[in-house]
Design a protein around this ligand. Structure first.
Ligand code: ADP
Length: 416
């Protein structure tokens, strides 16, 4: 039975959280969408929803369905995973989802903290910083879907819930878990249902985790999960695990499919080009998913058997992307390439690929769907935020890389 049940509002955020738990000694499985059968076996289950920008009612309904599945499976604590930049609109969805989860869990107060100091996300006096900028000056104020125009999380959260929101400030958090617990009691007495918690270092996150050991619900980024495995070890529910990241043995050929046009991915393709067979598809010259897939399949014949990874990319620099978008429209251009990459992934797996790296968030979504993947057992991290995973029920080893993640050598490092 899982100890920790997590409800993540997007796919790559779910992976990030699951990888963090594995690094801290819990086995973790990421389930795609609300689980509809028995939960996989793991210390932590992370349900990946697409609820960050869904209509509020839909986000709440999906999150409650996920909660019910996690509770039915035996989870003893719930983590509502949100983005480390607290991505949301004035209506939600963080507040309304939290309200619904609190009610269902009968919780009196929940700690809220998106801090992730390793990635430059810190909270001080309730204000969220991205590196050395306040959230609302970090570029996030221009986000197309969830513009963040206020760095004060007490205000942001208060705008999304009818319940009282308070702050547990740096001075308290510095003193450790018992001081945090004292502030939690004081806030509860003042009828606050949410406590934004300052955190500038990992030690603060650990103290916060310890203070919330008995809380049914926590709300935050992957950072807030850092202290939780230690709680479960302390209460003897979680044995020490040196092998939390171990996956079934990898078999089969190695391949990369890339549909991300992010700068990091373009550099990774450039690096791979000199070392392993690399095909760069031209979607502008062949604006047809099936024809692109056929080109890739014909090209790959005989190459997989040579034992080196192969790379198939539709990725292109901005001017080429713009040209395809101008001719087909932005959505149709994206869908065309996603469709092609999904077909190529299917063909590669049919040809014996057992280890597949996919570059691009949306591209990963399309590939996972085409391959019928239901859950990802999380293994070792390749580069920050990108672990190897074992995809059930396919038996495939998959690494799903968000566009801008990973170093230049990522495609080769993954297989090393
Ligand atoms: P990232 O994680 O870098 O944002 P995504 O896969 O989420 O990558 O998004 C990249 C989008 O660009 C996808 O919809 C993909 O289909 C599309 N795309 C890929 N190559 C091209 C291209 N050559 N022209 C136009 N769009 C492309």
């Amino acid at each position: 039975m899982p100890l920790l049940g997590c409800i993540a509002d997007d796919f790559t955020g779910a992976t990030d959280l699951a990888a963090m738990l594995v690094q801290n000694g819990m086995t973790a499985v990421q389930v795609i969408g609300v689980p509809d059968g028995p939960l996989p076996e793991a210390d932590a289950i992370v349900v990946a929803l697409k609820s960050r920008t869904a209509p509020v009612g839909e986000a709440v309904a999906q999150s409650l369905a996920a909660l019910d599945a996690l509770l039915a499976g035996g989870a003893t604590q719930i983590l509502q995973k949100v983005c480390s930049t607290f991505d949301s609109t004035a209506e939600g969805n963080i507040g309304p989802v939290a309200d619904a989860l609190m009610k269902r869990l009968g919780a009196s107060i929940a700690l809220v903290c998106p801090a992730f100091p390793t990635n430059g996300r810190t909270v001080y006096q309730g204000h969220l910083f991205v590196g050395d900028h306040l959230l609302n000056e970090s570029g996030m104020q221009n986000h197309p879907l969830t513009p963040m125009t206020d760095a004060n999380l007490v205000r942001v959260m208060a705008a999304q819930t009818p319940h009282g929101v308070g702050l547990i400030p740096f001075a308290t958090v510095e003193q450790g878990a018992s001081a945090i617990r004292r502030d939690i009691t004081a806030l509860t007495e003042r009828d606050r249902r949410y406590a934004i918690v300052d955190a500038v270092t990992d030690a603060h996150l650990m103290a916060m985790g310890e203070a919330a050991a008995r809380h049914p619900l926590l709300i935050g980024g992957s950072g807030i999960a850092m202290g939780l495995p230690e709680n479960f070890r302390g209460s003897k529910h979680l044995p020490p695990r040196r092998d939390a990241a171990s996956l079934p043995e990898a078999r089969g050929f190695c391949a990369v499919v890339a549909g991300s046009c992010s700068r990091a991915t373009l550099a990774q393709i450039g690096f791979a080009r000199d070392q392993v067979p690399t095909l760069e598809l031209d979607a502008l010259a062949t604006p047809d998913a099936e024809a692109l897939a056929q080109q890739a399949i014909a090209w790959s014949a005989g190459k997989l058997e040579q034992g080196r990874p192969i790379v198939i990319a539709a990725s292109a620099p901005p001017e080429k992307v713009a040209a395809l978008q101008a001719s087909l429209g932005r959505d149709a251009a994206g869908a065309l390439v996603e469709d092609a990459m999904a077909r190529i992934a299917q063909a590669l797996v049919a040809a014996g690929v057992g280890r597949l790296v996919v570059a691009g968030g949306e591209t990963s979504g399309a590939v996972v769907q085409a391959l019928g993947v239901r859950a990802l057992r999380i293994g070792r991290t390749i580069d920050p935020g990108v672990p190897w995973t074992f995809a059930e029920p396919t038996g495939l080893h998959l690494a799903l890389k968000s566009g801008n993640f990973g170093g230049r050598d990522f495609f080769l490092k993954a297989f090393a």
